[in-house]
Design a protein around this ligand. Structure first.
Ligand code: NDP
Length: 429
């Protein structure tokens, strides 16, 4: 494109935007069809969801199978572009169901709204004044969003911290108020932001300071979900590897991630491979979940493994995953995107709490899938075989050619686009 400056783009219809784009970028008819036709999310709805819409962007939606969580069967909708994630989650869920399934628990769904106050002449006094006026502030916050109170939620508590006390810089000294809000089945960003914005004038009056930021924190450490599984070694036996060898390999792999941030980032990326696809499929905000999860992994001062794997007194492999999980079954895009609505129905979750628990169970399964593969055959054997079809498509294979080329790549142990292009040329001759 010669320019990214297109005045008035936001005011155009989708059709007009496509015409402009065609002029600037030379869109083919096929591009236009891909952008606006055959999409579950109709382009008119998409145009109301975000700005400057020119179409919709689709991902494969697969189903994670075999999940038994707290004795309940779940089919997991997973929207993801990466091969082998869904297969791996389903494989591990089958092993865990034979071990009795996952068990989960979660905290109340309490989210945090932050208010930053600067310029107080006496920060200690301002802090005391806020605490003394706690009930007045909570009532004012709840008055700004009464519907959440009638649902059994709302602002429940607050606390105050002074940051950089005694600093010479007027910029760094501040009072931070945390408003703790039970958001029920919503992720809650908008209701939290409404509440903190609404009480800002009152906070200024009480502290005699000036309020700057008023926004939720994505570090949702009072909105936690936890999953656990206990697996006897015989269920882990794989090829020539005994169950005990697999169990010990998984624990060694975990210890590596627990001790080394370079490994922990990749280990945790593998966990998010399981988590993001459900968060996306259910129309939730995956950036919020990602941000909270990684911050929680560093809560002890060093970035570390999100999961914990160990051997219990009976020799079983035990896995645990606890994460902030600020997802909703209402609000945001959850009831706007038709496939998000479908995914929530398919999951059969009754509350945001239940959804959060299912999500961490899938994250735990995904982690075990990766660690088990790494501790035995290595990740490439299974992954590349499944990836071979994407490689064939990237090389130009279509229709029945895709599987034929993919099989040939696996047979020749060369799952590369260059090789696939050669095979596509040969096939076409
Ligand atoms: P909404 O603003 O859509 O609010 C959810 C609404 O659902 C509530 O206002 C409530 O309205 C209604 N509702 C119906 N049933 C229930 C129930 N059982 N429990 C709770 N609410 C219920 O969504 P959120 O406030 O959850 O905001 C989420 C969106 O905010 C996401 O799209 C996110 O991307 C975005 N966002 C994220 C930010 C961040 O993470 N930093 C910042 C800003 C926005 P009523 O009671 O009136 O019926």
């Amino acid at each position: 494109m010669d320019t990214s400056r297109i005045p008035g783009f936001y005011n155009m219809t989708v059709q007009e935007r496509l015409e402009v784009l065609s002029r600037l970028h030379g869109l083919q008819d096929e591009d236009i069809e891909n952008l606006i036709i055959d999409s579950s999310l109709d382009v008119g709805t998409a145009d109301k969801m975000i700005e400057n819409v020119i179409g919709t962007f689709e991902l494969p939606l697969g189903l994670g199978l075999n999940f038994l969580i707290n004795g309940k069967e779940y089919v997991i909708p997973m929207a993801i572009e990466e091969a082998s994630v869904v297969a791996s989650a389903s494989h591990i869920a089958k092993i865990v169901r034979n071990a009795g399934g996952f068990t989960t628990e979660s905290t109340e769904r309490v989210m945090i709204g932050q208010i930053q106050v600067v310029g107080c002449s006496d920060f200690i006094l301002a802090k005391e004044e806020i605490l003394q006026n706690k009930s007045v502030l909570l009532e004012a916050a709840n008055n700004a969003y009464p519907s959440i109170v009638s649902r059994g939620g709302g602002a429940e508590d607050l606390d105050v911290r002074i940051l950089n006390e005694g600093s010479d810089s007027v910029y760094s000294q501040m009072l931070i108020i945390h408003l703790y809000i039970n958001t029920c089945d919503a992720m809650g960003a908008n209701m939290i932001n409404t509440m903190v914005e609404s009480i800002a004038p009152l906070v200024e009056e009480i502290t005699k300071g000036k309020v700057y930021l008023r926004i939720l924190s994505n570090y949702a450490d009072r909105c936690l979900a936890k999953a656990r599984c206990v697996i006897s070694p015989e269920l882990l036996q794989t090829g020539d590897f005994s169950g005990e060898e697999v169990r010990d390999g998984v624990i060694h792999a975990y210890q590596f991630a627990a001790s080394d941030p370079y490994r922990a980032v990749t280990h945790n990326k593998g966990i998010m491979n399981g988590i993001d696809p459900i968060v996306i499929a259910t129309g939730n905000d995956w950036r919020a979940v990602e941000a909270g999860a990684h911050a929680y992994a560093a809560r002890n001062g060093q970035y570390s493994s999100m999961t914990n794997w160990f051997k219990d007194e009976n020799g079983n492999l035990v896995g645990e995953l606890e994460l902030p999980m600020s997802v909703g079954t209402v609000g945001g895009a959850t009831r706007v995107h038709p496939l998000a609505k479908f995914s929530l129905d398919l999951l059969g979750v009754k509350s945001a709490k239940e959804l959060a628990e299912v999500i961490v169970a899938v994250g735990l399964a995904q982690n075990l899938g990766a660690l088990k593969a790494l501790a035995t055959d290595g990740i490439q054997k299974g992954h590349m075989a499944l990836h071979s079809r994407s490689v064939a498509i990237a090389a130009g294979a279509t229709g029945e050619m895709i599987d034929i080329i993919a099989q040939e790549l696996i047979k020749e142990k060369q799952i590369r686009v260059g090789k696939a292009k050669e095979l596509v040329e040969q096939y076409k001759k």
